[in-house]
Structure formats: C-alpha cells, structure tokens
Design a protein around this ligand. Sequence first.
Ligand code: KG4
Ligand code: ZN
Length: 356
Amino acid sequence: MITLGIETSCDETALALIRDGKLLHDVISSQTDIHSLFGGVVPEIASREHYRLIGRLFADLLKKTDLSIAMIDTVAVSRGPGLLGSLLVGLGFAKGLAAASNARLVGVNHLHAHLLAAGLEQQLRFPAVGLLVSGGHTHIYHILSANDFRLLGRTLDDAAGEAFDKVAKMLNMPYPGGHLIDRIGRMAMPDVKLFTKPYVDNDNLDFSFSGLKTAASLHIQRNPHLRFSSPAEAARRCAVAEEETTSLQELAVLCASFNHTVAQTLRIKMQRALERLMTQEQGRPVSLVVAGGVAANSMVREAMTGLAEHFDVEAVLPSLSLCTDNGAMVAYAGEQLARLGLRHLPDLEAIPRGQA
Ligand code: KG4
Ligand code: ZN
C-alpha cells in the first residue's frame, strides 16, 4: 500500500510517501525563519506559505520517488489540531488529489500521528502510555490501538514547548528556542534548587507550566546580563557554544536547571500514569512512547528512558527528525487507519481545536 502524508497544521509544509510502513521519501519546507521575525507563528502568513509551496513540494516528492499520482492508494492529511487556515490548505490539496487519483482519503489527528511516528522505525506495541510534548500540547494518553487514544492528562495552561520558547524569547534567543536551551544547558550541571517542579503536589495527571515560566522570567529580570543583545547574537554564539563554555556558564546553569525541571515534572506525571495503568486488569502498558518537538530534548529523553526501564516497559522515542512536525508521521498514521478500514468522504472537515 502506498500512502501520501500531508502535514500543514502549523508552520511546516511537509509531505512524505511511504510503502507498507517504510518511508520512501519525504520533503519539508519550514517557515521558522519567516515567523521568527515576529517572535511566533503568524497564522495568515503560515497559510499563504503553505498554499504557495504545497504544489511544488508534491511535484518534487513524486520526482524523487519515480511514482505517479495513480499509484497512490491512500492520501492521509492532518485534520487538526492546528491553525484553521493552514489545515484547510492541506485538506483542500488532499481532497483534490484523492478525487483525481481515486485514492482513499484519511484525515489524521496530528497529535496521534506524532505518537505513532516511531512505528516507521520500530514495531509499536500496544497498549502503551504516550507522552506528547510539543509547542502546542502536553498530553498523556493511554493508547490501546492506532485508533483508540484515551486522554489521561493535559496542560492547563502553557504547553512544555511553549514554556521553552517563551523563556528562550526572554533571553533574546531566536524563535523557536527550545533546542537552544537544550544545547546550552548540556554545558553545565543543573542547579536543582533553582526552580520548583510545577503542579506536582496533587494526584492528577495534568500539567501547568506557567508558574515555571514566571519563575524563569523573574530570574532573568534579576540577572539581565544573561540575556543576549539580539536573536542574531544569540544564534551566532549558540552555534559556537562549545568554544564559549566560560562566558556562557551562568546561562548554561539556568538552561540546565530549566531542562531538568521540565524533564522531572514530565517524569513525575508519567510515573503516576504508569503506576495507575499497571494495576489495571486490562490495558497494562507494554511500552512508553514519547513524541513531539520537546521529545528531542536530551534530559526529557534521559528521564523517559529511565522511567521505562524502571517499569520494565519498552521505551519508544522516535529519532530527532521524526519528533518535530513531518509528513512521514501523517502517512504512517493514515496507513494504520486505512488498514483498520477507515475512509473519509470529501466533506472531511478540519478540527482546529480537537484535543483527544
Ligand atoms: O511538535 P513540534 O514540531 O510542533 C508542534 O506541533 O508544536 O514542536 C515544536 C516545539 C517548539 O516549542 C520547540 O521549541 C520545541 O518543540 N523543541 C524543543 C527541542 N527541540 C524542539 N524543546 C526542548 N528541547 C529541544 N531539544
Ligand atoms: Zn506537531
């Protein structure tokens, strides 16, 4: 079965072709350079860029795989959550293509696709407990199959990635700055007392990162010398950070402490989820899946691998290129749904705010 995946939910236009769960080729165009000028994604610009690029990216993809439109069995597309205008560009393209090629149309939940992405690299075994940590979401799921996701907990305010990006912005780093905080943080040991792990003294599986963001903001206000003079200066110095260990040391401690606090907060809630699910008669997890942009964070990966070992479940962490938005994850999720018999009609709608 050949499946095309189309991803346009935010600021990446990404398409991929897979055959029976194996990636044939993928193409991606990121708009981060444009949006970084505004310090965040501008929805109107995002949809215009998707519209400008999607046709030529698809043509590129076909050329690279030597496939023709008629050979595509399934057209899978992210239907949400995401920016409405951006989603509509992908949906419109998918519908036209499915109609022209007589392919099956499958709308995919973007968040589920993130968590299923690792299936391209290794066998995914269910039931699983899943942590989705991205720029827009921090969700814990009990996953019973590719089509059965039960939401157990979510953030009440900022997503983990959003907290990273906002702290990065306070430091005058370019947007999105999560990977830079990760990178600088790796140069120092965390001060584990600098920040309190937010919203863990309760018995639920939800998150709240806004307090941690405020604590980081206060720390930066008290220590303004930690800020870069401009995003351009930050990008330049972060690129050669390893050679600048001394001058960036104080900033490295802040970043390491922030990484540590986020990773440990995620660990505490995931441990709680696993403890609860392990006592169930049915649906006991055999794997722990982590996905989304923040799953690229080194301390988050370390914490989740340790947790999986502790509970003797398989740790499933997609490689870094599959963590952030991509077309392959949409193709893979679509293929799984198609195998379960799912098919959408041409009136398939976007679900910009769909959660579970
Ligand atoms: O999943 P994703 O590509 O987009 C959404 O669907 O939101 O995630 C992007 C988020 C951004 O907030 C970015 O700063 C964060 O993932 N991110 C990281 C790292 N790499 C990307 N955060 C912390 N450490 C990283 N290494
Ligand atoms: Zn995403």
